[in-house]
Design a binder for this molecule. Sequence first.
Ligand SMILES: C[S@@+](CC[C@H](N)C(=O)[O-])C[C@H]1O[C@@H](n2cnc3c(N)ncnc32)[C@H](O)[C@@H]1O
Length: 316
Amino acid sequence: MDEPIGEVPVYRDAYHCPDWPEFYDLWVEALFRGDISSEVPLIAGLLHGVIDEVSDREECAAKDGSIPINILDVGSGSGRVLVELVEHWWGEGGEGRYLDEEELHFRIIALEPSKAMMGRAYDRVRKCVEHARLVSQASISTSFVLGCATQLVGKDIEPSTIDLATFAVGSICHLSKPGEVDGFLNQLRQVLKKGTGRAAISHLRVLLTEADESTQEDEQEGISHIARLPSEDRPGEEYVRYPIKGVWDGSVRTDSFLLQVENAEGVVIRSQALEWKMKLTRLREWESAVEKNGLVTVERVTGDPWQWWWILKRAD
Ligand SMILES: C[S@@+](CC[C@H](N)C(=O)[O-])C[C@H]1O[C@@H](n2cnc3c(N)ncnc32)[C@H](O)[C@@H]1O
């Protein structure tokens, strides 16, 4: 391994590193391949159900007669899920393309704490929404909110307005500090529309346990090798991610690793030490947190080898 040259910037939260967003997208594609392709049809299926219920109800209409359908992606990262959802819903053969309910107005909200990830989401989501508008004539707007899962209610997101919320690819496990999962669920209940609103929250399968013991294996499949991925944004450059080392402290694991960027000659031009924290979730605790925070599980979807989904709605 090339030794990093000079001072190596350390990002205690990898998502804030400017090189991470593109690498993240390339890595997710390489790591999961088609394995998580069921997530967008699942979210689109919920959207279908929400629209069916909402468009029958006059009280859902705004003053101008339009019916808002508000979709919130929490921890939207680089916009991966929203881009795929928009392409699926309004793409060739997609349901949104042929909806003749002109009064529907879709608002797509990306909420993300990292400016670096949000920058990439901003470009990608706006571009694909522009295309969707052109091909479908649908009314769609976008909002990008720099924020955390534990504070959803604010000037951009009003209480009881969200039809469909997602927190995908196990991102909830980054809520590793005491009280954060409860804080998120409490906010989620507040923002979801009463009755019709649905949330699709996924947990990484490897970080879910039915057992009470506090630590798990440090080794994780798929991340213990060196990943080399050529940049598409800057042809000639290549990302090199060195193996991830995970260290447990109770039920929280800190993963640390090095991400380097090489130029076309193989010279390291950037090098950064990255880390993130992830929390092991005990099923029992998760299910009681859902209930305690005024939510109910409508369905549990467990077919995916990477992530298990909980479809939630408000209990009231
Ligand atoms: C595994 S990525 C998922 C990104 C995207 N949802 C996807 O499926 O590709 C996790 C994302 O959660 C974000 N995140 C971390 N802590 C968060 C928090 N407290 N609230 C909201 N998002 C958070 C990270 O910045 C990162 O973009």
